[in-house]
Design a protein around this ligand. Sequence first.
Ligand SMILES: *Cc1c(COP(=O)(O)O)cnc(C)c1O
Length: 239
Amino acid sequence: MSLNQPQTIGKNLQDVREQIAAAARRCERPLEEITLLAVSKTKPVSAVEDAIAAGQLAFGENYVQEGVDKIAHFAGHQPALIWHFIGPLQSNKSRLVAENFDWCQTVDRLKIAQRLNEQRPADLPPLQVLIQVNISDEASKSGIAVDEVAALAIQIMAMPNLVLRGLMAIPAAETDHTRQLAVFGQMRDALKALQVICPQADTLSMGMTDDMPAAIAAGSTMVRIGTAIFGARDYNAKQ
Ligand SMILES: *Cc1c(COP(=O)(O)O)cnc(C)c1O
């Protein structure tokens, strides 16, 4: 069966929702605390349509132009879809993110925050943003150190067109559940520290297909799932 058949994506979504519910039960967390973000990068609009048909409304995209094209395709959809930008963001692409997305999860420097704030259209609600923290991946240039979060947060909180909602992380790949938990636990502590200065910060975006249960056990409020919903990605076929 092709991975893009509606019953497959719908069934995958149902399975992922059940896994989220099971993980929440195991650590006695209310299910309503955990949002499922469907990561549709490299996937065609038909795959997004299949996910919508199965009740999914929140989507994550990594590549600015691909995301903008999908947002335009689904403009005016009822109920409204919610689009999260979750990829590395270059300054010269910030305007497209500010003008099209509902959330940007990868704010990791003042310059990007300032541009998003200036470029957010006045007729749109403020852009919901997360600060990306580099918690364990020394090879990655994305994200700031935990001890730099407070200073950036204070600057973002003064920007009228941004709402700081919390933190996001992409830890280095790690197969051991206990070690996954330890890294995610550092993120939970970082969110608690942020909440002291920013009480509205309610979001901890962490957990992907291979580390979702540990992320939920450590307090994730938003899991970003691609492969388990849409199947493996073919980067050569990227739109
Ligand atoms: C691709 C991606 C995901 C989804 O990863 P899967 O392992 O396919 O679930 C989540 N978050 C970010 C930032 C990504 O780039």
